[in-house]
Design a binder for this molecule. Sequence first.
Ligand code: NDP
Length: 328
Amino acid sequence: TRTPVNVTVTGAAGQIGYALLFRIASGQLLGADVPVKLRLLEITPALKAAEGTAMELDDCAFPLLQGIDITDDPNVAFSGANVGLLVGARPRTAGMERGDLLAANGGIFGPQGKAINDNAADDIKILVVGNPANTNALIARASAPDVPASRFTAMTRLDHNRALSQLAKKTGAPLTEIRRLTIWGNHSATQYPDIFHAEVAGKNAAEVVNDEKWLAEDFIPTVAKRGAAIIAARGASSAASAANAAIDHVFTWVNGTPDGDWTSAGIVSDGSYGVPEGLISSFPVTAKDGKFEIVQGLDINDFSRSRIDASVQELADERDAVRELGLI
Ligand code: NDP
């Protein structure tokens, strides 16, 4: 029998947490043969709600679920953790300045980074979902000097999946025929979904679409502003699709990308494609043996270059702001 994998989820009593935990426990995060132990981290007032979710998890009688711990102490939550899904974050509220938002999140992701540094297992893999995800990941990473930088990632898989779905609709091709899409930059409205290297049934996607107006005025804004459209329609932010993307991200990281395809993830830049070293930016990535690698050698045309640069500039500005606040 395999040793269980310790999976820590922060903000576990929130909306995304509720959509995520049952799928982790059923084997969809790591594989249908991998037992898991869950650690739920919440702020003290939300512990009770987390206990309710844990009762429901018990009631599912998932064969792979070998235990649930609930705590408000990050050191306990990350003790021996192999996978950390950092979902809880301080949302932006009306009238809040960016500096206030970054400072509030620094107060969450700094201590969590330190707790990861001091307590997690050697093979810890971190996915930050809570926004601003890229910069929260940067803060956690800065507080975890003993953990390799490559273990800190930020989620752009939801943006990737949204782009896949929009492209499938536009071309009429099934999703299974679309490959090599890329989300570049920040998980924010400046992100750039790139179809110039994508393929639809083996043909270049930009050539199949052959409609730059659609690209600039429909596809890119639809993908980038999808979160707001869902709030407007549903009266609540996306939760099940965000949880689904988190599952996809970790499953791919652990189990690899299919031959000939890639995905998108926010990972620490090594300077590739002119993205300053150290920024946590979304790139086209393959995964193999539990490691993400940036796809190299893609030609970046002017249309793409200006959009990638704008999103990366936003990441650099966020980094400078958290640096000034002393958070990194
Ligand atoms: P959700 O579970 O809906 O969202 C959690 C975070 O995910 C938010 O920062 C949200 O950002 C982000 N997110 C990223 N991508 C998406 C997406 N595509 N769609 C929606 N959200 C996305 O929030 P809830 O308020 O329901 O729950 C948050 C929980 O976290 C609460 O239970 C709270 O107590 C807890 N919390 C725990 C902390 C801790 O463990 N130390 C710290 C802070 C909070 P955005 O707001 O921009 O949508």
